[in-house]
Write a protein that binds this ligand. Structure first.
Ligand code: 13P
Length: 340
């Protein structure tokens, strides 16, 4: 496997494959496990992730890389095989979430700044040695009638750019994720407001990336789609796709090899339908998925924390991965869901 950043970046988004975001922090995975009344422990987290990573067909055919939480990067399957080895054996690339979370931003009520820059260079060297070849940092942008502020967008974009530069020095491809929230509070903004905020945010992010001397060819962008807030949904699939493509074409240089969307609170099938419709356009980048909830929700339910349901959980995960892989090629159809 090539170690050039440009080659790794293309491998992450090419061929109809996409990323599995399995990097839920300890507090986020607890929330997910709460929905199936399962206690979150080191071994329940291991069992759940082992189910996903040992879904051979999904991992080989549809998943180009897996974003891991630090615990998982160094964790072993029940039989002692390091997860990193299982992921690599399937031809997939291990990656690592390196931010330490979005924290309330001083003097900016209702907004957050993502932390994790201190000591990041040393941490990246450790993650590289453990096998990680890409990383993720999520900046969170709140949307309301009065938010975001310029100050918060600028601060988050600067942090994303500092992170990306450090990654490239460490031979790790940065996934740059500025998420304009669909499911924040109050979540009643419409698609026009989302378009306006996403466009303004991406402009600032690419300005900061340039100032930080980040090589666009060696990064992946992970944006939100342009979509109504969670409590104001009404735009059609075609409208979401058209508005998303319009904003991205206005702001994302074609030197960026790939875009991998987050799902952000869309239902599993919506996230697939939107991605497929977006890929119906003529685009200058490879466009795929980097879904967390939209790839995992149905698998988590089917598994339900029980060893006897591992095969059922893997079937669900494989199905969603296949549907999203079709969407990454623009060839998903609703009746394929029913057929399955
Ligand atoms: P969702 O697809 O569930 O939004 O998660 C993706 C992710 O990695 C968010 O940082």
């Amino acid at each position: 496997m090539s170690e050039r950043l440009e080659d790794i970046a293309v491998q992450m988004v090419a061929g109809g494959r996409g990323l599995l975001a399995a990097d839920e922090s300890t507090s986020t995975i607890k929330k997910r496990f709460d929905t199936i009344n399962l206690e979150s422990t080191e071994s329940s987290r291991r069992d759940y992730r082992e189910m996903l990573f040992r879904s051979d067909e999904a991992m080989k055919k549809y998943i180009s890389g897996v974003i891991l939480f630090e615990e998982t990067l160094f964790q072993k399957a029940a039989d002692g095989t390091p997860f990193v080895d299982i992921i690599r054996a399937a031809g997939s690339i291990p990656g690592i979430k390196v931010d330490t979370g979005a924290k309330p931003m001083a003097k900016y009520p209702g907004e957050t700044i993502t932390e994790g820059l201190d000591g990041l260079g040393e941490r990246l060297a450790k993650y590289y040695d453990a096998g990680a070849r890409f990383a993720k940092w999520r900046g969170v942008i709140a949307i309301s009638s009065s938010l975001p502020t310029r100050g918060s967008v600028r601060a988050n974009a600067q942090a994303l750019a500092r992170y990306a530069a450090l990654c490239q020095e460490a031979k790790i491809v940065p996934i740059v994720e500025p998420e304009c929230l669909m499911d924040g509070k109050p979540g009643d903004h419409n698609i026009d407001r989302c378009a306006e905020v996403t466009e303004a945010t991406l402009r600032v992010v690419f300005e900061e990336l340039a100032d930080a001397r980040v090589s666009l060819e060696g990064m992946i962008l992970k944006p939100n789609m342009v979509i109504d807030g969670k409590n104001a949904r009404k735009a059609s699939v075609d409208e979401v796709a058209a508005r998303t493509v319009q904003v991205l074409k206005r702001t994302v240089p074609s030197a960026v090899p790939g875009i991998a969307f987050l799902s952000g609170g869309q239902t599993t099938e919506e996230a697939t339908a939107h991605l497929s419709a977006i890929n119906g356009f003529d685009l200058p980048w490879l466009v795929t998925f980097s879904y967390g909830r939209a790839l995992q929700d149905s698998a988590l339910k089917a598994w339900n924390g029980k060893p006897e349901n591992v095969a059922a959980g893997q079937r669900e995960f494989t199905h969603r991965a296949e549907m999203n892989s079709l969407a990454a090629k623009g060839s998903w159809k609703k009746d394929l869901e029913k057929a399955a």
